[in-house]
Write a protein that binds this ligand. Structure first.
Ligand SMILES: Cc1cc2nc3c(=O)[nH]c(=O)nc-3n(C[C@H](O)[C@H](O)[C@H](O)COP(=O)(O)O)c2cc1C
Length: 263
């Protein structure tokens, strides 16, 4: 297949999925194919268009073994043309459960054909003592290997359907995930009123006219407003409960889980 460009759409809360997606597109560019990566996370942001000879990439973090709901809604606006597609999931050393299957089901409906996937282990953005220092060299090599594997695979075929993945990991119905018990909150005394959090929020949970208040029903605890606040004014609710859960996860998820690719 002749691939003329690579177009990636990614969702990120704490930034790791951006890092991984850009690592992938850099490896594609190093092979001589122009590549771009679009952050589709902020509510209302544009989704990229995919040209007929594109290689598409959809990348998300696994939240509760599922695709973050705002990402699914954004990907459902994308339009493929029987486009060969790479699925990338980042996860925090627990499991991806049904994330690949949910993602594949959504993008297949839109004309994309999954031909390769990569589950890349990363520092856990919520349970922050899990998988510290990841992605590491081994994880990043897996991303590079994924890029090389998909290009090799596509070079050998003339129709994306001939490269389609037969088995996508996961089960239906998808795992139930009711969300984290913790939510983002603002310290009004520290907030400078810049409004970055409201602009960046994937869930539209922060009212630009009242930055101190977060809609706790809408918040998906993606960490984006907390990591991105220039004043450090945002944090999680939960206090001692959060600290106790973080300690329990750190113990339970101490054994290393490896990144893996299928190409
Ligand atoms: C609300 C929430 C739920 C999560 N659920 C899982 C999970 O089920 N399994 C897992 O291994 N990691 C889980 N993680 C960790 C993230 O998948 C991981 O840190 C990911 O790399 C974050 O990507 P980002 O930095 O692009 O947001 C969760 C993180 C958050 C914030």
């Amino acid at each position: 297949m002749n691939i003329s460009a690579c177009t990636a759409a990614y969702f990120t809360g704490a930034g790791t999925t951006r890092t991984i997606t850009e690592r992938f597109t850099a490896a594609i560019e190093a092979a001589g194919i122009p590549a771009r990566a679009a952050d589709i996370a902020p509510a209302g942001s544009d989704v990229p268009t995919f040209d007929p000879n594109d290689l598409a990439v959809f990348a998300v973090p696994s939240f509760g073994g599922r695709v973050p709901a705002p990402a699914l809604a954004q990907f459902a606006r994308c339009e493929g043309h029987d486009t060969p597609t790479v699925l990338i999931i980042t996860f925090g050393n627990r499991a991806v459960d049904d994330t690949f299957l949910e993602l594949a089901d959504t993008v297949r409906e839109r004309g994309f054909i999954p031909v390769a996937l990569g589950a890349i282990c990363a520092h856990h953005s919520l349970m922050i003592d899990v998988a510290k220092g990841r992605p590491d060299k081994t994880d990043l090599e897996a991303v590079d290997n994924l890029a090389h594997a998909v290009l090799d695979k596509l070079a050998r075929i003339s129709d994306a359907r001939d490269a389609e993945l037969a088995d996508i990991p996961g089960n239906r119905p998808y795992r139930d995930f009711a969300g984290s018990p913790f939510r983002a909150q603002a310290d009004a005394g520290v907030c400078t009123g810049c409004g970055s959090c409201a602009r960046q929020c994937p869930a539209g949970a922060i009212d630009p006219a009242n930055l101190a208040s977060t809609d706790t029903d809408a918040c998906i605890t993606c960490m984006r407003c907390i990591v991105g606040c220039p004043a450090g004014a945002r944090s999680l609710t939960g206090g001692e409960d959060l600290a106790a859960m973080r300690a329990a996860f750190a113990e339970r998820l101490a054994p290393r889980v490896e990144s893996y690719i299928v190409g």
